[in-house]
Design a protein. Structure first.
Length: 391
C-alpha cells in the first residue's frame, strides 16, 4: 500500500515548554500533572502513524484526548511543537509559506464540525469559494461546483442560502466545498457530531458511498466509538494526547490493548461493526454438481447436517439440497439437478451483521456468502449471528 500521510513523533505543547516539560514527557508523567507543575498543556504527545492512500483513518477519543489538536497539526493550522508530518513523502513542516498555501489549496481540504459556511453567500458561491481564491476562471469553477453539489446530492439547491437548509444539507455544502478542489486528502473534524441521530446516520452512509466512488484519503475525527468503527478502515484511539491503540475495528474489538480500550469498546454495537465476512466459515461439506445422490446423503450423514450447498466450476453456487429430498430422489431415480433448491438467502461479504438478523430469523437454511460472481465464499448459521452480539 502507498503511504499518503504520515506523522513521526508529533508533539504539541501549549505554553512555553521548558526542559522540565520535555523531561516529564519522556518519563511518562500524566498531562494533568504537567499542567499543574509547569502551566503547559499537552495536546499531542509523541504521536506516530501512517495513513494509506484511499483509506478512511479514524482518530477517536473523548473530549480532551487531543484528537482535534492532532488533525489541525496535519495541515499546520496548529503548528506542532516537535515532530514531522509527511504528505507524499515530504515533510510539510519544512515548507515555505507559499508551498504550504499550495498544499492547502490543492492536496488537502478540511470539513469542520460547524460547517463554516458564509451565511450571506448562496450555496453555489460557498462551494466555489476555494476555487475563486485559487483564481480559477468563473465558467470552470461553476462547473466544478455543480459537479461537487451533484456528488453530495444537492443538485438544484445552488441558489439557496445556508440558512434555508437543514443541518444535514449544510454539512453537505461543506463537504461539496471541500470536494470541489478535488483534494487528495480530506480532513474531517467531527463533521456529523452536531447533527440529529437520523441525519447523522444518513450522512455516514452517504460519505461511505461517496468514498466508494472517489477513493479519497480521509482522516476522520469522532468521539463516538460506534461511528468510528462504522466509518474507519483503521481506527486510532487517543487518550491524554497519546494514541493507545491503532488497528481495524475487528482487531480492536478482539484484542484491546489496555483496560482503557477494553472499557471503551464494551458498549460497542458489534452488529454494526462485524460484517458477514467476519462471522462466516467454510462449510465442512460441499457438493460438486457431478456428485451423485448417494454421495450427497453420505456427506450430510457424516457431518450431521440436513442440507448441503452444491457448487459448480469456479466454486459458483448452484443451489442447495436437503436430506429428505435426496432420499426421496434416490428412490425415484432422480439426480442432484432435479432437486436443487434456491429458496435460501445469500449475502455479500461486506454486509453488516445487523442487516443479517431478519434473514437469520426467517431462514431454514444457512445463509450463503457470495461474491459479485456468485462464487461461494462461506456460510453463516443462525448461531453465528446471535453470538456476534456477545463477542
Amino acid at each position: 500500500m502507498t503511504t499518503k500521510l504520515q506523522t513521526e513523533n508529533l508533539t504539541k505543547v501549549f505554553g512555553r515548554p521548558s526542559k522540565q516539560v520535555w523531561r516529564m514527557l519522556k518519563e511518562g508523567v500524566a498531562k494533568d500533572e504537567i499542567l499543574k507543575r509547569t502551566g503547559c498543556t499537552v495536546g499531542v504527545n509523541n504521536v506516530s502513524f501512517k495513513v494509506n492512500k484511499g483509506e478512511v483513518f479514524v482518530i477517536m477519543g473523548l473530549s480532551g484526548s487531543g484528537k482535534s489538536t492532532l488533525i489541525r497539526c496535519l495541515n499546520l493550522l496548529t503548528k506542532p511543537t516537535a515532530g514531522k508530518v509527511f504528505v507524499d513523502g515530504e515533510n510539510i513542516l519544512e515548507y515555505s509559506r507559499e508551498e504550504l498555501r499550495r498544499l492547502r489549496q490543492n492536496k488537502m481540504a478540511m470539513v469542520f464540525q460547524h460547517f463554516g459556511l458564509f451565511t450571506h453567500m448562496s450555496v453555489q458561491n460557498n462551494v466555489e469559494y476555494g476555487l475563486a481564491v485559487k483564481g480559477i476562471p468563473r465558467e470552470e469553477r461553476e462547473k466544478k461546483a455543480q459537479q461537487a453539489l451533484e456528488a453530495v446530492g444537492l443538485g438544484g439547491w445552488q441558489d439557496m442560502l445556508p440558512g434555508q437548509l437543514s443541518g444535514g444539507m449544510q454539512q453537505r455544502v461543506g463537504l461539496a466545498r471541500a470536494l470541489a478542489n478535488d483534494p487528495d486528502i480530506l480532513l474531517m473534524d467531527e463533521p456529523f457530531s452536531s447533527l440529529d441521530p437520523l441525519i447523522r446516520r444518513d450522512m455516514q452512509m452517504e460519505l461511505l458511498e461517496l468514498q466508494d466512488r472517489l477513493q479519497k484519503t480521509i482522516v476522520f475525527i469522532t468521539h463516538d466509538i460506534n461511528e468510528a468503527f462504522k466509518m474507519g478502515d483503521r481506527v486510532a484511539v487517543m487518550k491524554d494526547g497519546i494514541i493507545e491503540q491503532t488497528g481495524t475495528p475487528e482487531e480492536i474489538l478482539a484484542n484491546p490493548a489496555s483496560d482503557y480500550i477494553r472499557d471503551f469498546v464494551q458498549d460497542v454495537d458489534r452488529s454494526r461493526v462485524l460484517q458477514a465476512k467476519d462471522i462466516m466459515f467454510t462449510p465442512d461439506a460441499l457438493l460438486s454438481r457431478k456428485s451423485g445422490l448417494k454421495m450427497a446423503i453420505r456427506e450430510m450423514q457424516l457431518h450431521g447436517i440436513s442440507s448441503v450447498f452444491v457448487i459448480g466450476s469456479g466454486r459458483k453456487l448452484l443451489g442447495l439440497i436437503t436430506i429428505d429430498d435426496a432420499v426421496s430422489a434416490l428412490k425415484d431415480n432422480k439426480t442432484v439437478d432435479d432437486i436443487l433448491k434456491d429458496d435460501y438467502f445469500t449475502t455479500g461479504p461486506e454486509i453488516y451483521v445487523n442487516e443479517l438478523i431478519p434473514l437469520a430469523k426467517d431462514t431454514r437454511y444457512p445463509i450463503a456468502v457470495v461474491d459479485e460472481n456468485e462464487r461461494l465464499l462461506g456460510i453463516i448459521v443462525r448461531a453465528s449471528v446471535i453470538s456476534a452480539f456477545v463477542g
